[in-house]
Design a protein around this ligand. Structure first.
Ligand code: PEP
Length: 245
């Protein structure tokens, strides 16, 4: 089974209207359709449509765009929230669900993450489901149990034939400069693949991915790409990671 490598950029709450366009344009200028990987940009919601327009105009065949989060309802009185159909209406194809900052800063629990996955599918968006253990859970030897619980809870009732990408992002490695070793990441990816049963799912690694460690991480048999935060905010470093794929 060949799983196409994905390199994804999570810009989080960074960039503004001008710098989001500049960053997307610089990334697109550095892409060539000969690259075999798939590139996905996750700008702040406000700039998703502008980035979709730039990607469409570039005619890149390897780049597409997603939202960083969605509400579990399709519409309604939820001031400030964004619904799946709204994100999809911009031309975005993907949405992150269950990112650790949503889980641990905004309080998204397993049940909410599951509802958001279903909402993404209803809207025609492909979810990138993020899972990952906190440092205390790793120290207690609970890493595999935690990510398996997160995965199983989220996928309860999720159609088996629905496209899905999973991102393993240990919380202790996100934005800390502390990357999981390739061996540790591979061990966790292998456990996640086993928990996914026969599903044909790409599993990305995320957590302080940089140009210097990207190739080794993506060289592991069960690592199908990377989700990049900090190092995706500079076109140069993100393009180096793409080339490492
Ligand atoms: C992320 O936000 O998903 C992430 C992995 O961030 P960083 O690369 O900065 O650790």
């Amino acid at each position: 089974m060949t799983r196409r490598v994905m390199v994804a950029a999570n810009w989080k709450m960074h960039t503004d209207a001008g710098s989001a366009r500049d960053l997307a344009s610089s990334v697109l200028a550095g892409l060539s359709d000969e690259l075999s990987c798939e590139v996905v940009l996750f700008p702040p919601a406000l700039f998703v449509e502008a980035v979709v327009t730039l990607v469409s105009g570039s005619q890149s065949r390897i780049c597409s765009v997603g939202g960083q989060d969605l509400h579990h309802e399709d519409k309604g009185a939820f001031t400030g929230a964004l619904a799946g159909p709204q994100i999809a209406s911009t031309g975005a194809r993907w949405v992150l669900v269950g990112h650790s900052e949503r889980r641990h800063v905004f309080g998204d629990d397993d049940a909410t993450v599951g509802r958001k996955l279903q909402a993404a599918v209803r809207a025609g968006l492909t979810p990138v489901l993020c899972v990952g253990e906190q440092l205390a859970e790793r120290d207690a030897g609970e890493s595999v149990a935690v990510v398996t619980r997160q995965l199983e809870a989220a996928l309860d009732g999720f159609p088996v034939d629905q496209e899905l990408v999973v991102a393993y992002e240990p919380v202790w490695a996100i934005g800390t400069g502390r990357t999981a070793s390739p061996e540790l990441a591979q061990e966790m990816h292998s456990a996640l693949r086993a928990a996914l049963g026969g599903r044909d799912v790409r599993i990305l690694y995320g957590g302080s991915v940089k140009p210097a460690n990207a190739a080794e991480l993506m060289g592991q048999p069960d690592i199908d790409g990377v989700l990049v935060g900090g190092a995706s905010l500079q076109a140069d470093s993100f393009l180096q990671i793409i080339r490492a794929a």
